[in-house]
Design a protein around this ligand. Structure first.
Ligand SMILES: *[C@@H]1O[C@H](CO)[C@@H](O)[C@H](O)[C@H]1NC(C)=O
Ligand SMILES: *[C@@H]1O[C@H](CO)[C@@H](O)[C@H](O)[C@H]1NC(C)=O
Ligand SMILES: *[C@@H]1O[C@H](CO)[C@@H](O)[C@H](O)[C@H]1NC(C)=O
Length: 407
């Protein structure tokens, strides 16, 4: 009798118009039919991401009380579009940088200015690809796949060849005179490389490069972080055999890669985990990886200076809400399906756009932390290059290069 009565109550409750409205409204939100929310129709299956505790990381992370990055200067404003990586050739010319419009350009001094140095595909055309300052906006997203998006750049100082990690065209190389780059690695283990991101060159000629995800390409890179998926890899291309190999897999948004001075190890960042990792190439720990540091935010490229220290570009920052969401995939499943713009969702999570760059020594100890606390000058930085008393700072999302005298 009791059971029956309860059953009846349930039914009445379910038939209550207020409940029905709640269900409909909730259903509407969850389906996000207007595709306002970040997920907007894609298959989205968040998984748990065991990031380091917020309190532990932020409690011990040194602050730059003088906010010294705020003294930086923005150069080449609206002349370069999303210059992710910055490189100089053996003659000291540069910077060379890859743009959101698909070109690799170089600075040839005041008289000549910026000139196009290379493109990664014969698909590239002025008409289709050259969208100027709009290249760093959603207007380029449809065309990126066609035009290319060169991310990591490195010169082989001996040959003068420039190696390129392009988000869509994989690993390529172009000679010292520039022009159309030649693909070296577009596939690994029979499948297309979906998101080549950064590279470094071993003294024996092999190229180590990151493939950020086997699931999402660059335009969809946000989903890698939101979902917490770990299909990223570290790959190696061997020129003598023209073969590509998987060195590490199961990585969470592997991004920048940098050899140590003596090349006994390399460092790489795992953006989704907010951490800097080490992979041993020589010595007793060869072939193993270990943690170097938990970072205060989302790291991009790592670049060595003349002293063998490592600059890491970090976009800020970790928040308490991010930690809770990382550990609870079901919450992300609901939160990021809300029909609210990503920028607003991020703000609700306490995210503010500003920059921290940090210098590590070979032992992984922090040597320097520079911040632009209010994000006045620098936001969404991608790489820090220290060249002759100056830091050159790239950004994947803005149309300038920032510089700062250093030390
Ligand atoms: C920065 O300020 C905090 C408190 O505001 C202080 O604890 C810390 O020692 C300062 N750091 C430096 C490097 O001055
Ligand atoms: C041109 O772009 C399309 C779309 O990304 C791609 O499938 C094709 O391989 C590209 N062609 C060349 C020559 O790179
Ligand atoms: C170069 O050295 C790396 C690191 O030890 C190794 O994995 C790679 O196979 C070497 N490449 C060649 C072509 O010998």
């Amino acid at each position: 009798m009791e059971k029956k009565g309860k059953h009846k109550d349930d039914q009445t409750f379910l038939q209550h118009p207020v409940f029905l409205i709640i269900v409909l409204v909730f259903g509407f939100f969850m389906m996000d039919p207007l595709k306002i929310g970040p997920i907007g129709g894609i298959k989205f299956r968040p998984v748990e991401l065991n990031i380091a505790p917020y309190k532990e990381v932020m409690g011990s992370w040194p602050r730059d009380n003088r906010s010294r990055l705020g003294d930086g200067k923005l150069e080449f404003v609206d002349q370069v579009f999303g210059p992710e990586s910055l490189e100089f050739d053996s003659l000291g010319r540069g910077p060379y940088t890859g743009l959101a419009d698909g070109r690799i350009v170089r600075w040839m001094g005041e008289d000549i200015g910026w000139e196009t140095f290379a493109v990664v595909t014969s698909n590239w055309s002025e008409k289709l690809c050259a969208r100027g300052v709009d290249s760093t906006t959603a207007k380029q997203w449809k065309h990126e796949k066609w035009c290319g998006r060169p991310l990591g750049l490195r010169f082989n100082k001996d040959s003068g060849d420039l190696y390129i990690a392009d988000a869509y065209y994989g690993l390529l190389v172009v000679g010292p005179a520039g022009g159309l780059a030649t693909p070296l690695a577009t596939h690994v283990e029979g499948k297309q490389i979906l998101f080549a991101n950064d590279l470094d060159i071993h003294k024996n000629g092999s190229i180590f490069f990151t493939d950020t995800s086997t699931k999402y390409n660059r335009v969809s890179h946000f989903f890698i972080m939101l979902e917490g998926e770990t299909t990223g890899r570290l790959l190696r291309y061997d020129p003598p055999t023209k073969t590509t190999h998987v060195v590490l897999d199961g990585l969470a948004f592997p991004n920048g890669v940098q050899f140590s001075m003596d090349q006994t190890f390399l460092l790489f960042t795992e953006t989704s985990y907010c951490r800097l990792m080490k992979y041993w190439l020589e010595g007793p720990r060869t072939g193993t990886m270990e943690l170097v540091a938990h970072l205060p935010g989302f790291p991009d490229n790592v670049r060595i200076n003349e002293k063998g220290q490592f600059w890491v570009a970090i976009d800020c920052c970790r928040t308490r809400a991010q930690e809770v969401l990382a550990h609870n995939p079901w919450m992300r499943s609901i939160y990021f399906r809300l029909p609210i713009k990503m920028s607003i969702l991020a703000r609700i999570m306490g995210m503010r756009m500003y920059t921290v760059i940090s210098l590590f020594n070979e032992k992984g100890e922090i040597q320097e932390v520079l911040e632009d606390r209010n994000g006045v000058v620098m936001k969404l930085v991608s790489e820090v290059r220290e060249v002759r008393g100056k830091l050159w700072i790239g950004t994947v999302a803005h149309n300038h290069i920032a510089t700062l005298p250093y030390p």
